[in-house]
Design a protein around this ligand. Structure first.
Ligand SMILES: [Zn+2]
Length: 333
């Protein structure tokens, strides 16, 4: 036993041998892109935390019914969400140094009255420089408040994909997670961690054994109908239920949402497995942080370290968190 330390007796340190773990210090300052969040709904302090943790750029998504005050939801309510994020983008950038791009969409998590009005208006929004994607959208097995028939949902998704194809924009797909039944809470509590009225969930319109995956397959068919190439789709909320289909059978990109594993079970371990199996080129990560959900602004930054611990090379991590989202969304050059 070495006696190089003047400790009273041998400590753990004196027993350490073998290969020292020598992590690349460059990971401490590796810039990263959050390719799906709702940071405009967070606090100033949360946005500062993105900056402090090296977030170089982000795609702020405006489409979710969570933020429309009225239910049922009308086209004008969603239009307000688009205008709200446009209104706030530049002052957010001015305060926090990172770059922002916007994704505007018609999400099918709730039925929207007069959705055609939105689709008609969308063409002009697509011409804005700050709009870097459409979405999040995609067929949803069950809605909030009011059911939306499958064929109508599919038509709304297809129409957005047609617009994306026309304007050469990527589409952020909301893929439903395959979520195990969690614990059951007292009546009236809802789902702790989600500040939404879960009692308004409707009966599903997709009822197969694996409706979460069925929904994604319908979306991919819709893209073909719309003339949108699969490599212009970023399927967000990738999980073990859909990743083999998306990376094995399509040319879509996937983005693992690592911001709320308490709900979805998705962690950097899933990301590492996908990189091992399919390579890093079509894989990204996002926080999907939103004020209605218990989410972690630091989750992608933490995942950078965890992926390295799990054996992923520094270059591959850089590809996933920086190079690929930079190319796909044209941000963070
Ligand atoms: Zn989202």
């Amino acid at each position: 036993m070495s006696s190089e330390y003047p400790t009273r007796r041998a400590t753990d340190e004196a027993h350490l041998d073998g290969e020292p773990f020598d992590p690349p210090r460059s990971l401490l300052t590796l810039p990263w892109v959050d390719c799906h969040n709702h940071a405009h709904t967070l606090s100033w302090g949360d946005r500062e935390r993105y900056a402090i943790s090296g977030c170089r750029a982000m795609v702020m998504v405006a489409s979710g019914y969570h933020w429309t005050p009225y239910k049922p939801v009308r086209a004008d309510d969603v239009r307000f969400l688009w205008d709200d994020v446009i209104n706030r983008r530049r002052v957010i950038e001015r305060n926090h140094f990172f770059e922002t791009g916007l994704a505007l969409g018609v999400h099918t998590g709730v039925r929207i009255e007069d959705a055609d009005e939105l689709l008609a208006a969308m063409d002009e929004y697509c011409q804005l420089d700050e709009v870097v994607a459409l979405g999040e959208t995609g067929v949803t097995p069950a809605q909030h408040v009011e059911r939306w028939a499958l064929d109508e949902q599919r038509a709304v998704v297809t129409a957005q994909m047609e617009l994306a194809a026309d304007h050469d924009l990527p589409v952020i797909l909301h893929t439903p997670n395959d979520i195990d039944d969690g614990p059951s809470y007292r009546e009236g509590v809802g789902l702790p961690g989600f500040e939404g009225n879960t009692s308004l969930a409707t009966e599903p319109v997709l009822t197969g054994d694996n409706s979460a995956l069925d929904a994604v397959k319908i979306d991919v068919e819709a893209a073909a109908d719309a003339g949108l190439p699969e490599d212009r789709i970023v399927a967000s909320h990738a999980d073990p239920n859909n990743v083999d289909y998306l990376l094995g059978e399509t040319d879509c990109y996937v983005s693992f949402t690592v911001g709320y594993p308490w709900l979805t079970g998705v962690t950097p371990v899933d990301v590492a497995r996908a990189i091992d199996e399919y390579g890093p080129d079509r894989i990204m990560m996002d926080t999907d942080c939103a004020n209605v959900l218990r989410t972690d602004v630091f989750s992608v930054k933490k995942a950078i370290f965890e992926l390295y611990r799990l054996g992923i090379d520094e270059d591959d991590i850089r590809q996933v968190v920086l190079e690929t989202p930079r190319e796909v969304f044209g941000l963070g050059e």
